[in-house]
Design a protein around this ligand. Structure first.
Ligand code: FES
Length: 631
């Protein structure tokens, strides 16, 4: 019996994923949560995406040999953008190949692009005890050794007992210019922080070792505010109209954040007291609600946020389950709904250093778009709705075990399910794939209508045609029959799901078009498009182009960069200069309010039509030619 999927294990983490035969390694890595460097857009020419296959089957291509050399290829090295999985495999990813490594790796071998110099630092002190001829106060005794610092009253109250109990030997913990704690003994080896992406639909947290810059644990879950309003506007309305609306929303998100911190600590087996800093990035409404700042003014013209500069709080201000004196940094925000998540995206991608004109498209419930024309940046935000995160879709779900995250149609329909489980729903990348593939083969037309089988063009495979069913007024598509699904119910792509995707796609595309127009640019002028978003682990570029999610450019100019919100937050956590860079971005991005654009409705209306453009030279295109493993 032929196997449906191959298992690929990544070392040294041991993380594994199951993928369809012929899946390119770049995509396999992304599905496992590793975003690789792709400066040449997956064209097989830069060599930056190299990985080492230490076991199993993943044959080298000609470009692998040309770029890496025969000797390295014999040693297992491959270009991840070129080599395809042909059997179970074990793969090592060197730090230098990770997109994230630009953010977290400190050594010169990784490019030395980020000095790990966090706000938190520790110093072991062996102080002399007070004596008659040395009667400095406790605070001055510390300052005499470590220099000037601020100190809060809580720590002043505890310091005398702590110093004496520790025999005046201990570790001073400083964050920026404040003494956060004095710990008995030498604890300099332990220093942690957490970076959070506060998404409208999804929360992501990463526990980071502030000494090494390495991730210790990751957790993601639905933002529980979703049950109180599934988009930003509904939540702002709740704050405006209900006396305790803001408190309810703030408590909901803070409770989830504390649960996530607990989970991160459990995963890494470390103590809450070793977390000295937390960094948050999210859109303006999410950041304000998190901080208990009324976002009502964001719900009416001219959509004014309460603050632009970064906020510095203490963990106790938000009741976070960390060290009680831990610092909290909330990202600076540009204006309107262009908030900390957009700034974090620019920090993560360094788009102002990329080949320009460059565009960053962060796909989420709120879609943010930034255009860099070589000199200046324009930023805007569109309400895409939660379709990309699986919400408002009949069988939608987050990109978690059981989610269909990839759909390929050849002679038959093939799906990839996260966790190699039976399918229980469809996540954002699976939705994009499903609609794009049905559009390609002709089951869906450019208007987004699922056609009757009698209207199909020639060439629609019979096994695919059989999956179209009529219910009520419309046709729907069966992604998994009841006997195949985890729930025992069929998983259907309804006509209204396609409409949700069209609305989300059109909003993003219209926003992108308006920014281009404002700078007198055409889509083809764009040299780089960064696609960001935590809506799924990977989105196939040709499919994003086919449904018109992105301006039509050759595929290799598109770079998938994963969740830049959390990457940017992590950079700020690890380096004070990254915080200063984030703060400078706010002053450089001109906010574009699309509600003032006379063109928006027209652009939106024309973007509702699927262009069926595939980007031509896309590296993912050969997936269409993958042999059907069901034979
Ligand atoms: S060789 Fe450039 S991304 Fe693979």
């Amino acid at each position: 019996m032929k196997r449906k999927e191959f298992k690929v294990v990544f070392e040294p983490s041991g993380r594994s994923v199951y993928v369809l035969p012929g899946t390119v390694l770049l995509e396999v890595a992304a599905r496992a949560g590793y975003i690789l460097q792709t400066p040449c857009g997956g064209g097989g020419t830069c060599g930056k995406c190299r990985v080492r296959v230490t076991g199993g089957s993943c044959p080298a291509t000609q470009s692998c040999a040309k770029i890496l050399g025969e000797a390295r290829v014999r040693d297992g090295w491959r270009l991840a953008c070129q080599a395809r999985v042909q059997g179970d495999a074990v793969v090592e990813i060197p730090a230098a190949s990770l997109f994230e490594s630009r953010q977290i790796i400190l050594s010169d071998s990784a490019g030395g692009e980020l000095e790990v110099l966090p706000a938190v630092r520790k110093q072991f002190l062996d102080l002399s005890a007070p004596a008659q001829d040395d009667a400095l106060s406790d605070v001055e005794r510390l300052r005499a050794v470590i220099g000037p610092f601020k100190i809060g009253i809580d720590l002043v109250r505890e310091l005398p007992a702590r110093l004496r109990k520790a025999g005046f030997k201990g570790t001073a913990v400083l964050a920026d210019d404040e003494l956060v704690d004095f710990e008995a003994g030498d604890t300099t080896a332990f220093s942690r922080g957490v970076a959070f992406d506060i998404g409208t639909t999804t929360l992501v947290g990463v526990l980071v070792d502030l000494k090494t810059g390495l991730d210790l644990a990751v957790d993601a879950r639905m933002n529980p505010q979703t049950s109180l309003g599934d988009d930003v506007i509904a939540r702002i309305r709740k704050c405006r109209e209900e006396p305790r609306g803001l408190i309810h929303l703030q408590r909901a998100v803070l409770a989830a954040i504390n649960e996530m911190i607990g989970e991160l600590l459990r995963q890494a087996r470390v103590e809450a007291g070793s977390i000295y800093e937390v960094v948050f990035a999210g859109n303006t409404a999410m950041q304000q609600i998190l901080c208990g700042v009324d976002p009502s003014a964001l719900g009416e013209l001219p959509f004014v946020p309460a603050f632009n500069d970064a906020l510095a709080l203490k963990a106790s201000d938000l009741d976070l389950d960390t060290h009680p004196n831990a610092k909290v940094y909330v990202f600076p925000q540009v204006g309107g709904f262009v908030g900390g998540d957009t700034v974090a995206g620019v920090v993560a991608t360094r788009m102002d250093e990329a080949e320009s004109p460059a565009m960053l498209v962060d796909i989420g419930t709120n879609g943010e778009i930034v255009l860099f024309d070589g000199k200046e940046m324009l930023g805007t935000s569109v309400a895409a709705g939660p379709a990309f995160e699986g919400a408002r879709i009949s069988c939608g779900m987050r990109a978690a075990a059981g989610a269909i995250d990839k759909v390929v149609i050849n002679e038959s329909l093939r799906i990839n399910v996260i966790g190699n489980a039976r399918p229980s729903g469809l996540c954002g990348s699976g939705l994009v794939d499903a609609v794009a593939e049905l559009l390609r083969v002709g089951v869906i037309d450019e208007t987004g209508r699922i056609l009757e089988p009698s209207e199909f063009p020639d060439g629609v495979p019979a096994s695919v045609a059989k999956r179209v069913v009529r219910r009520d007024e419309h046709c729907h598509f069966v992604l998994a029959h009841a006997s195949e699904s985890a729930t025992g119910e069929p998983l259907l792509l309804f006509q209204r799901d396609v409409r949700e995707l069209q609305l989300a796609t059109a909003a993003i595309r219209a926003g992108a078009n308006i920014l281009l127009k404002m700078r007198g640019l055409e889509a083809g002028d764009l040299k780089t498009i960064f696609i960001a978003g935590g809506f799924g682990n990977f989105i196939r570029r040709n499919n994003a182009l086919r449904i018109g999610l992105l301006p039509p450019v050759p595929c290799r100019r598109i770079r998938f960069v994963g969740n830049t919100c959390v990457f940017g937050a992590k950079r700020a956590l690890l380096s004070v200069s990254e915080k200063r860079y984030a703060e400078s971005i706010v002053r450089r991005v001109e906010h574009v309010d699309l509600s003032l654009s006379p063109d928006f409705q027209m652009e939106f209306g024309s973007a509702m039509t699927f262009p069926n453009h595939d980007g031509g030279d896309c590296d993912a295109a050969p997936d269409d030619a993958v042999p059907d493993p069901r034979g």
